[in-house]
Design a protein around this ligand. Structure first.
Ligand code: NAP
Length: 248
């Protein structure tokens, strides 16, 4: 089995499947993290070279099942996996956590991408913004003037080119009390977030609701039409059923 990783779900599934003697597991990461936390399984890192490269790899490694547990905002890999698996005649399952949905009291503007998010900040006259889209997603915001940014990232972000920006270096999961304090202390008027879903980073949404803060929410990219489950437990059941009947 090849597990396309880079998410909490992938790590959880790895830990669960590592003890299953019926499965020989290879975990694949894009190679963006310098010290990835993968125990219990064979690890490979770096791209395959598109759908063609992945299809070749599936054949070479005699892979019978691919589980795509990449992040909901990974826009390319899910399509490569779908194409490669179809071509190689290999089973594919995608794990994708549900998106967050606005609740009573939320003040969301949903946008298609980061460029629209940046344009929305300008159109709305945002002044103090908590940016939680990740350190590799800063370009559309860098040239904006008249806005003070607080840029949250796991490792220190490159803030060159921003007029006014402060790094908030932190790794989730985040608690509600901390998110409330962060938004209040910096007098944030707008939160920018990708709709990643999941519990680990959901507290900022609730804190924004409580403090009546505007949220610019970036919609997820499209995904291919493939068998889909929403969490690790469902994935284990799906995989278990295939193991009982034989993945072929
Ligand atoms: P992407 O746009 O879908 O993928 C870009 C390229 O990176 C792919 O074409 C593939 O290269 C390579 N790649 C992606 N995931 C891979 C994997 N698991 N194993 C081997 N190669 C992989 O993905 P991305 O947005 O750059 O994300 C890269 C990784 O970070 C993913 O594993 C994803 O789960 C994780 N991640 C992404 C986000 C996000 O917001 N985008 C957030 C958290 C974690 P080739 O075409 O050469 O095979």
């Amino acid at each position: 089995m090849l597990l396309l990783g880079g998410t909490t779900e992938a790590s959880d599934l790895t830990a669960k499947l590592a003890r299953d003697e019926r499965i020989e597991l290879i975990v694949s990461l894009a190679g963006r993290t310098s010290r990835p936390l993968v125990r219990d399984a064979q690890l490979r890192a770096g791209g395959f070279g598109g759908a063609d490269g992945l299809a070749r790899y599936l054949g070479e490694e005699s892979i019978a099942l691919v589980v795509d547990a990449t992040h909901p905002f990974a826009a390319v890999m899910p399509f490569n996996a779908a194409t490669a698996c179809q071509r190689a005649g290999v089973l594919l399952l995608k794990i994708c956590r549900p998106a967050w949905a606005p609740a009573e009291g939320d003040r969301w503007t949903t946008v298609a991408d980061l460029h629209e998010a940046a344009a929305t900040l300008v159109a709305r006259g945002a002044r103090r913004v908590l940016l939680t889209t990740g350190r590799q997603e800063l370009e559309p915001f860098r040239p904006l003037r008249g806005i003070t940014f607080f840029v949250r990232a796991i490792v220190p972000p490159d803030l060159r080119g921003f007029e006014a920006a402060t790094a908030v270096v932190a790794r989730g999961p985040f608690e509600l009390s901390g998110e409330r304090a962060l938004l209040s202390e910096h007098a944030i008027d707008t939160l920018v977030s990708k709709n990643s879903g999941g519990a680990a980073t959901a507290a900022k949404i609730q804190a924004a609701r409580e403090l009546c803060i505007e949220v610019v929410m970036v919609r997820r990219p499209a995904t291919p039409e493939v068998p889909l489950v929403h969490n690790v437990a469902e994935a284990r059941r799906w995989i278990g059923a295939r193991l009982r009947t034989g993945v072929e």
